[in-house]
Write a protein of this length. Structure first.
Length: 298
């Protein structure tokens, strides 16, 4: 009986012990999803310790299985082509900004575990008028089945945070929402001035909705400024790109807990006029990390 009491005395601290995990949300469209090639990665971006990722299944508006996923240790393959059925993650041969972002965050917070929640869908807009066949992030859009990209995002967050032991070490997690990374805008810049001129109000509303979903009104937000490769017959891929860029700058100017990454203007592009090359995504993740760190520690 004495030994049994000792056992329970030793067990109780383990049952009630919690560990802190910094959680970052990554969301947007294709340049958040990522088109870098895993074969181009340096060795220091191929393996991670104490960094985890939950990537929600990306589906069009109206589909019912968006946002399902499974926590895993971060590794290359969460770029375009990633798939999950909620039980098994199928990694692709591509990566996004998550790798270099995570590496830099571990350098800046060496004693913290890092968790990434990612949901991105290629071609998506915020404005429902610009959704085409890709989808939109407007929470008020009630298309097929009443499900839009924001709904898929919410489901991703809900599914990710329903796990109370992300790293599986038997200790309950204390989640610390630490920031939102948003890389999107090209979809809204592809049409006319009316859509582009609504981008500021749409962006402001969406970021505040995401903050509310994470129960943190002043949660730091970092925006990736869209850029134009000029690689088409007109020398201009996005019809109203300058207006969306202006809206992004206006958002961070008016939001005391927001910042913007402008390095995108210097990036080279891959095999198409829309997506950065591998080195671009590596640099992008580093810069997102630097900006979010400034907001966290200011």
């Amino acid at each position: 009986m004495k030994n049994l009491k000792i056992f329970f005395f030793l067990l109780i601290p383990t049952l009630f012990y919690t560990q802190k995990i910094r959680v970052f949300v990554l969301a947007g469209q294709s340049n958040m999803n990522g088109f870098g090639y895993n074969k181009d990665l340096p060795n220091d971006l191929k393996t991670f310790k104490d960094v985890y990722i939950f990537q929600g299944n990306s589906v069009p508006d109206g589909d019912l299985n968006g946002g399902i996923g499974k926590w895993e240790v971060l590794k290359p393959g969460n770029g375009t082509g990633f798939k999950t059925d909620g039980k098994t993650n199928t990694l692709s041969d591509r990566f996004g900004l998550e790798l270099s972002f995570a590496k830099r965050m571990k350098e800046l917070f060496p004693n913290d575990k890092i968790a990434l929640i990612k949901y991105a869908r290629e071609g998506t807009s915020i404005d429902s008028v610009a959704r085409a066949d890709f989808g939109c992030w407007d929470a008020d859009f009630h298309g097929k089945n009443g499900i839009n990209q924001y709904d898929n995002f919410l489901k991703t967050v809900k599914n990710a945070l329903s796990e109370t032991d992300i790293d599986g070490n038997g200790k309950r997690d204390e989640i610390i929402p630490s920031g939102i990374l948003w890389m999107q805008g090209e979809g809204d810049a592809s049409y006319d001035e009316a859509i582009a001129n609504r981008y500021y109000s749409h962006l402001k509303t969406l970021m505040n909705q995401m903050r509310a979903a994470l129960l943190t009104d002043d949660l730091p937000v970092v925006i990736g400024k869209i850029s134009d490769s000029g690689k088409n017959e007109k020398g201009r891929v996005w019809n109203t790109g300058e207006l969306v860029q202006y809206a992004q700058e206006k958002f961070v100017e008016n939001d005391k807990n927001a910042a913007i990454v402008r390095s995108t203007k210097k990036y080279n592009y891959g095999n198409d006029p829309w997506h950065y090359d591998s080195s671009g995504y590596i640099d992008l993740g580093k810069n997102f990390a630097e900006e979010i760190f400034k907001l966290i520690t200011k």
